[in-house]
Structure formats: structure tokens, C-alpha cells
Write a protein that binds this ligand. Structure first.
Ligand SMILES: Nc1ncnc2c1ncn2[C@@H]1O[C@H](COP(=O)(O)OP(=O)(O)O)[C@@H](O)[C@H]1O
Ligand SMILES: O=C(O)C1=C[C@@H](OP(=O)(O)O)[C@@H](O)[C@H](O)C1
Ligand SMILES: [Mg+2]
Length: 174
């Protein structure tokens, strides 16, 4: 499989964690758009948003997506990558898009345990459980529109990787 694989889904669904494990299993390259962007900008997402606003971050994020996309690469995206139609179209055309789908309760539990505030400044100013529920309601249809496969991301990272590998094998065989 040489097409890039894009992992999409809300904050805390496991794109970064599962992406790393998937790359190990598939012996592929791994890149995380948030990590790449922060390294190249020399500042955290929270700093970019504070100084330049969300729109500027979204522009940088789209540029990052295009810069990191390469054959045999697993791309862990940021949760808002699907907001831009350009990004949804780009990912669908260039590779295989996988939506890591998990219930609000699971996402909240993970984000409360590991908030990583430098990478995840508040999107709404609301408490975490309210924010996760509101944002997922707004974006779920966009994740589904972008995705070739929807995977249950509430299981362990190893089980999520197994589901992805199975879905990719079945798609290859059909
Ligand atoms: N499948 C999983 N099972 C349990 N914990 C997970 C799983 N996936 C991710 N986590 C944990 O949830 C937190 C957020 O995961 P992360 O991979 O950063 O999510 P994302 O990149 O989608 O925002 C991390 O602390 C990670 O260890
Ligand atoms: O949902 C979002 O809009 C965002 C999710 C974050 O990535 P993760 O989904 O990896 O946490 C990061 O890109 C940024 O804070 C914006
Ligand atoms: Mg991530």
C-alpha cells in the first residue's frame, strides 16, 4: 500500500497514538501535522492562535497537510483539518481517509487525563465536556464525508490498528 493514509477525527480520538502504532505495524513513515507545524513554526499552537488567531492556524494547517503528504506515509491530522473543503478533497484524492470515531464520554475522559494545552487551546471557551459535545455535533458529518472508512476508536490502540489493517485489506481485495 503506497497511498498515504490520513487519520481524521476529533481531539482525543487517538489519531497521533494510533498513527504511530499503525506506521510501526505497516513499516510506513509517520507524520503528525500538529507536531510538524509546531516544529516548523518554532511555537506551539496555543501561541500561534493567541498571536495570530485561528484563521492563521488553519491556513498553516492546510499548507502543512500538503507539505507532509507523501507515498507510504501515515498522516495523523489535527481535529479541525476537515473544516476546509480544500483539505477534505485533497485527502480523498491523494489517499485513504480513516475516521477514528469515539463517543463524547471517551474523548472527554482522555482529554481530561492528558489535556496538552499547548497543542489544544480552547475552541469555544466552554468546559471540556460541553466543548467536545458541541464540536463533535458540528463536525461529525464532515468527518464522515471525508472518510473512506469509519473505525471504532473506543478500543485499545492495538485493536484500533487491527481494525484499520482489516478494513484496508478488505478494500484491497474487493
Ligand atoms: N485507543 C486508545 N485507548 C486509550 N487511550 C488512548 C487511545 N488513543 C489515544 N489514547 C490516549 O488519549 C490521549 C489523546 O490521544 P491522541 O493520540 O493525542 O489523540 P488525537 O491525536 O486524536 O488528539 C493520549 O493521552 C493517548 O494516550
Ligand atoms: O480540533 C481542533 O480544531 C484542533 C485539534 C488539535 O489536534 P488533535 O486533534 O490532535 O488534538 C489541533 O490541531 C488544534 O488544537 C485544533
Ligand atoms: Mg494529535
Amino acid at each position: 500500500m503506497t497511498q498515504p493514509i490520513f487519520l481524521v477525527g476529533p481531539r482525543g480520538c487517538g489519531k497521533t497514538t494510533v498513527g504511530l502504532e499503525l506506521a510501526r505495524v505497516c513499516e510506513s513513515q509517520f507524520v503528525d501535522t500538529d507536531h510538524w507545524l509546531q516544529t516548523h513554526a518554532g511555537q506551539s499552537i496555543a501561541e500561534i492562535v493567541e498571536k495570530e488567531g485561528w484563521e492563521s492556524f488553519r491556513t498553516r494547517e492546510s499548507e502543512t497537510l500538503e507539505a507532509v503528504t507523501a507515498p507510504s506515509t501515515i498522516v495523523a491530522t489535527g481535529g479541525g483539518i476537515i473544516l476546509a473543503e480544500r483539505n477534505r478533497q485533497f485527502m480523498r484524492e491523494k489517499g485513504i481517509v480513516i475516521y477514528l470515531c469515539a463517543p463524547v464520554s471517551t474523548l472527554v475522559e482522555r482529554l481530561e487525563a492528558f489535556p496538552e494545552e499547548g497543542q489544544r487551546p480552547t475552541l469555544t471557551g466552554k468546559p471540556i465536556s460541553e466543548e467536545v459535545s458541541e464540536i463533535l455535533a458540528e463536525r461529525d458529518a464532515l468527518y464522515r464525508e471525508a472518510a473512506h472508512h469509519v473505525i471504532d476508536a473506543s478500543l485499545s490502540p492495538e485493536e484500533v490498528v487491527n481494525q484499520i489493517v482489516t478494513a484496508l485489506r478488505l478494500a484491497c481485495a474487493s
